[in-house]
Design a protein around this ligand. Structure first.
Ligand code: ZN
Length: 121
């Protein structure tokens, strides 16, 4: 399985596969060659819970081709609990900012053609 496939399999179970610097502990979402903080080349895989709070988002009312059936939805940036990581994904049924205050508790619930699926907790 490639790293991307592993990432998707974890997402389907509500988890996030991340890469932790063995020197300073900084987490990276994608595969990198050097730690963005300390420059170390040592990493280990860690599996994180896909829970957090909504940091920001964009409401999509005019969807790209093939996604019309999903509107309205939001493209959400989720701040993962107890980490430096932010992860973006799809949240269904968001029409106005009143539907989703910043800071709302949310979690990753799957991965499909829309990408990462995020739902309110
Ligand atoms: Zn580091």
């Amino acid at each position: 399985m490639t790293i991307k496939e592993q990432f998707i399999e974890n997402a389907k179970q509500g988890k996030v596969l991340a890469h932790k610097c063995t020197n300073c502990g900084l987490l990276h979402l994608s595969t990198v060659y050097f730690c963005q903080k300390c420059g170390s080349k040592g990493f280990e895989d860690v599996i994180l819970d896909g829970t957090g709070s909504v940091a920001t988002y964009t409401i999509i009312t005019v969807a790209p081709a093939g996604f019309e059936k999903y509107t309205p939805y939001a493209f959400v940036v989720l701040q993962l609990d107890n980490t430096n990581l932010r992860i973006s994904g799809f949240m269904a049924g968001i029409a106005t900012p009143a539907d989703l205050p910043v800071g709302t508790r949310a979690k990753i619930t799957g991965f499909d053609e829309r990408g990462m699926i995020i739902e309110k907790q």
